[in-house]
Design a protein around this ligand. Sequence first.
Ligand code: SF4
Length: 397
Amino acid sequence: MGKLLSAILNALFPSGQSKRDRPQAASAVGHWLSRMPQLLNMLRYTLNALQQSEVLDYDPFYLHITPAEVHPLAISQAITSKVRAASDSDQTEIAETGEHPLRSETTQAVNLQSFTFLLEQLPGILAIDFTGQVHDPLMNPELLDMVEHAYRSSRVESTVYTDGFRLKEFADVLVSSSLHSLVIRMVGHKPSAYSRLTGKPPQEFLALLENVKALVQRRGEVRSQLAIEISLCMDIHNFQELPEMITFAKYLGLDGLRLENYLTPDSMKSDRSLYRHHNRVVHFLRQAEQVHHQEQAQKDAIPFTLKMPSLLDADMSAHRYCRDAFNTVSVDAHLNVSACSRHALACEPFGKIWDEDFFNNAMYQWLRNVYSAPSPSKQSFPVPSACQNCPKNANPH
Ligand code: SF4
């Protein structure tokens, strides 16, 4: 709720601390006209918030999009149906390459035209995250056109999450675009850490490092306002290296550091993840965070944001903290709709962005029942296993 409120206020009343000179770019009248749909949606949200029903009368506030990638379940559904109908030669191709041709078809599926249509279905959107695990968003050649369109048409700020391997190639266009922020998933802060956490050669880290340096340098040369952050993976083996990680990010001239708790690829519980019952971990992280705040409070401190990892609980079967079903729409490259921004829930139906009232489809209603306070008068909806080890469902207190 706090995050939502600040995003709404930021969108409606951009402050002098805003990264961009947004209000001056448009006339005052144009500014308010472009924000009118968001304002109306906020009003509908306020009227609706008290009900907390599974059917909502407002539109989502956040768009999470994988512009060059489809939901894993959509891939498996498509593969199943295609394999059923496939000729022997198709099946040979799968066996030989280990990858179905549909996977390569997923890239570049969202273009500016379909994105424009997508935004027309989402008048209340305040912020967009472009991401992708298999296909980096920068693989979509129209990505920055979409970012530009979102900003020009509705003053919506975009964040791109990237693996960083194409940064040198895109440095010039990134720093001159309307992109608000870029998060580079560096995973590790030194070659050995990168290699341990990704299983990839340490040389790859050095290439990534060069890319980040080149981008930051280019940003400085053209005095771009683009915010650049990195994300690093933190586990039980490296949490004590936090001060080193902060120093590394500051040395690179970045605006912030995001720390992600270690998760297994299939989101299963792991001894390597950080838990709230690890007193040693909690104590260490709290102290490091305090030091960071003290440094930031000093007069000449360069602004630097530090996002600490979300610590898990050993038993999250009663956790009902995730708010995705109430404020977010997640869309893949084929405009399939999901109520889960991590694409971790394998449930149907997906729905398409052009479906009437997709925000109240069966998947959204089910997930809202899961994430509403349990009531004796209602059937109780157990927390899905994927949510029981998900940082978005971690206890925020
Ligand atoms: S808590 Fe569940 S619904 Fe929310 S993001 Fe995680 S897996 Fe998806």
